[in-house]
Write a protein that binds this ligand. Sequence first.
Ligand code: ATP
Ligand code: MG
Length: 543
Amino acid sequence: MEYPSNFIKTIMENDLESKKHTKIITRFPPEPNGFLHIGHARAVITNFELANAFNGYTNLRYDDTNPEKEDDIYVKSIAEDIEWLGYTPKEVYFASDYFDEMYERAILLIKKGLAYVDDTSATLMAIERGDVNKPGVNSKYRNRSIEENLELFNKMKDGHFKEGECVLRAKIDMASPNMNLRDPAIYRINNASHHRQGSKWVIYPMYDFAHPLEDAIEGITHSLCSLEFEDHRPLYDWVVRECEMPNIPRQIEFGRLSIENTVMSKRYLRTLVESKIVSGWDDPRMPTLQGLRRRGYTKESIKNFIFSSGLSKINSTISNDMLDSALRDDLATKAKRVMAIIDPLKVTITNYEENKIEYLEAAYNNDNEELGTRKIPFSRNLYIEKDDFLVEKPDKKYKRLSLNDEVRLFHAYFIKCNEVVYDDYGKIKEILCTYDPLTKSGSGFNERKPNGTIHFVSADECEKATFNIFGPLVNNDSLAPLLERINKDSLIVKKGFVEASIKNAVPFDKFQFIRDGFYCVDIKSNESNLIFNKTVSLKSSFK
Ligand code: ATP
Ligand code: MG
């Protein structure tokens, strides 16, 4: 699938045609304070695909200007995710590597009379800023001399002040209708240890000051970001201009991607991890790229989904179904189709010889010959799904097995149920059936039509398996806080069996368990304990 056209692509085309630029250079600038989620995938894919479309390139830049929540485990996971999506950054940078240059640019602003140190308390500063209907008022420190500001800023850097005691502010316009231009803070004091710089710095640049400088330093031509930064753009341009940066990047905003019934912001995802509601950032229920991958989503399905969801200047909320149908399309031919019994009911074929096993050959996937064939064991002891048996046939449309009735077993024979065996509590323990040797699959037998076709595994030759079946992490039917909306049944664990042919399956292998859904081998699975994560049902559950 080719990357579709969109408004940013058009801007880039024009910029190349008018020779404003000779190369398109973009960047993906995540803050390393969490794992990437499917929303970030839109930003990753957009940046890389657009640059690739014009033979340009994309940098990966960790926007690590907040020391508190940043950590190297996030740096590592982000790099893995981008690689998994199939992209290679031209360069990998850390915004913190530019701290010296940023500091110099702040000094330049002070020297031009465009920045000042302000000791006003945060509370008073908020009042003085005014609001959309009320212009702000100047701080009483706004007219400090350049010399005094240079000295105070130097003292800030050298640790003479406590956190929150003062900030460096850009001197722009306290009456601007754009709140972002009312003398925004550009440096603050923070004593937390930085994941790369340690305790070298106690002052940190604010996002709105740092980001344009980072882009300009790297020679980024088009700085793509999400819509919430639209009214920060005048400040972005002001910083680049007044800091006299030689390269002038252009900020372009696009709509954020949300998915129905899916909590996506890092803050919430972090809460789920920290409160141990999920097993980690890569829990298969998480909308993180690592969670989706572990659950069985393919990069192709994610890319197709992002491509077909389009890109515009409005935030969009897209139904989960669209991602799932991209996934089903991708897996339909890729996955081996095999039989698994998730909720087993024991079946004894009373007219089949004991200790005999025969092997029935079948293709793994009729729509993809390349996947080859395997041999399916058939024997006296079998398992079928509990759901596929009812003592009494409820109506004519019932297509499964019931007492005194006949059904076809996939790739095998017709079986007829003759007796139901109950345990002491009156629950069904097993069923006794007979098979008809004339009805072997492929024999052309057509004298009777069975009720329907169900799947099975041989109990004499199969593999034990654990199945993780997922539901939404949070219920979305109220406005209650996240932790009150947690779905307690978002993980259901089932113990059953899979056919012996997939005994050597390894993490990330994908299967279609026929009549049920797509599954992916979990990272904790091994030969003695096969674990499958249910990726998605075969049919959409969407009504
Ligand atoms: P979150 O809201 O999840 O905490 P963030 O915007 O704080 O995300 P960053 O690490 O700053 O996360 O994001 C890196 C880039 O990804 C930014 O350019 C941001 O605009 C983009 N991005 C994040 N979430 C989305 C989304 N849902 N849709 C599109 N782009 C996104
Ligand atoms: Mg952010």
